[in-house]
Design a protein around this ligand. Structure first.
Ligand SMILES: [Zn+2]
Length: 169
């Protein structure tokens, strides 16, 4: 409790504050390793699978159906490749946004999403969940693995030199 109270006090005032707990650092490192692995794995998958597609439209949430991508009269029901991808698609803050989704159609007709991007004024943004206190990025919405405070949803303009980003046109 003492740690949390201090933490709250420091938030916003001292942006350079970092979690000093060894397990937290380890968790952050592991998380980084996992994202890197996923990026590499996704990149390889894209090379060998021509079935990966990019869809663009409005992200909606329909009761009983879950997250749906709407483009004109077309509606595609969405599934996430990973649990955190699905939670991102369910994120209320992204609802009704224009999004670009990279993924694959499943035999049941659902679109399984690998990567989520948002579009604002024609500009593509990567979606991430960031903890300012610990300076680490989580995989999906929820609490920070380090300090357990809620993470912040951020949309970062896609850097064309960033090879980890997969965009097909
Ligand atoms: Zn944190």
């Amino acid at each position: 409790m003492k740690f949390q109270a201090t933490n709250v006090l420091l938030r916003g005032r001292h942006r350079a504050f970092r979690c000093r707990l060894p397990y937290a650092r380890l968790a952050a490192l592991m998380l980084g390793g996992v994202s890197l692995f996923l990026a590499v794995a996704t990149g390889r998958a894209a090379d060998v699978q021509n079935s990966q597609k990019t869809l663009q439209g409005t992200l909606l949430f329909i009761e009983g159906k879950g997250p749906v991508l709407k483009n004109g009269a077309k509606q595609v029901t969405l599934a996430g490749r990973y649990e955190y991808t699905f939670r991102t698609l369910e994120d209320k803050r992204l609802r009704n946004d224009e999004v670009r989704l990279v993924g694959k159609f499943q035999p049941d007709g659902n679109f399984r999403v690998d990567d989520v991007f948002t579009i604002h004024h024609g500009e593509v943004y990567r979606v991430r969940y960031y903890c300012e206190t610990c300076n680490i990025v989580g995989l999906g919405p929820g609490k920070c693995v380090c300090c357990q405070q809620p993470t912040e949803l951020q949309e970062v303009p896609v850097n064309k030199n960033d090879k980890k980003i997969l965009i097909t046109h």
